[in-house]
Design a binder for this molecule. Structure first.
Ligand code: BG6
Ligand code: MG
Length: 219
């Protein structure tokens, strides 16, 4: 029986995946590194420090941990600045409707994000009320594709993984959901999240009706 839903944040609830891209692009330009949207797609779902490692690797560069941490902090300053512009109008289309529908039907809902800025983003959106539990980059140490953040959410909701559906826009996030024994919904192109149980191009397509139709034996 499906009793709960666990949502990733960036790229599922709101389009902060784009703001992460812009901040990494600015840092890359300042440092003369090559960085494009294809590389950015590999950063979806993974932690800030893991992200800078991917970018340096793409540029054939190595740095000590302290330098990497300082550079990642600079990216975060740029990213956090951009969060002030987020308003309650910035839910991805369809997301607010789905969250409202889940509330109306009495499902348990958790956030399962790798971001340490998740609370700030949810505050800007005025979205905290849609979630029973907030799991973010401060809740666990292991990063996606490790399932730790989703297991944290399920445990706090008092549910088993097989009683929850995870929503993800990241390849590493779908990997994490599957590794934890969760049902999964991928948001985005087949090349990125085609390995999810069910996939939609956008959150607008991901209605509760469609989800119940697909997982019909579980509701
Ligand atoms: C994830 C994003 O949600 O959070 C990643 O998809 C990001 O791109 C990660 O690196 C960590 O975010 P933050 O806000 O802690 O730097
Ligand atoms: Mg995401």
């Amino acid at each position: 029986m499906i009793k709960g839903f666990i949502f990733d944040l960036d790229g599922v609830i709101t389009d902060t995946a784009e703001q992460h891209y812009v901040a990494w692009k600015r840092l890359s330009d300042e440092n003369g590194w090559e960085f494009d949207r294809e590389v950015n797609d590999k950063l979806r779902g993974i932690s800030r420090l893991d992200s800078i490692k991917v970018i340096l690797d793409h540029n054939g560069l190595t740095m000590d941990e302290e330098t990497m941490a300082n550079l990642a902090a600079k990216k975060n300053e740029k990213y956090v600045e951009s969060l002030d512009d987020i308003t309650p109008d910035d839910f991805l289309p369809g997301t607010k409707e789905l969250l409202t529908h889940l509330r109306t039907e009495g499902f348990h809902v958790a956030l399962g994000s790798a971001s340490k800025n998740a609370s700030k983003v949810l505050q800007q959106l005025n979205a905290l009320g849609y979630f029973d539990i907030i799991g973010d980059g401060n809740s666990v140490t292991e990063s996606k594709p490790d399932p730790a953040i989703f297991l944290y959410g399920a445990e706090k909701l008092g549910l088993q993984p097989e009683e929850c559906i995870v929503f993800e826009d990241a390849e590493s996030g779908v990997d994490a959901a599957k590794a934890g024994g969760f049902h999964s919904v991928g948001i985005g192109p087949k090349e990125r999240v085609g390995h999810a149980d069910l996939r939609f191009d956008t959150m607008e397509d991901a209605t509760l009706f469609e989800i119940k139709s697909y997982f019909k034996d579980l509701f």
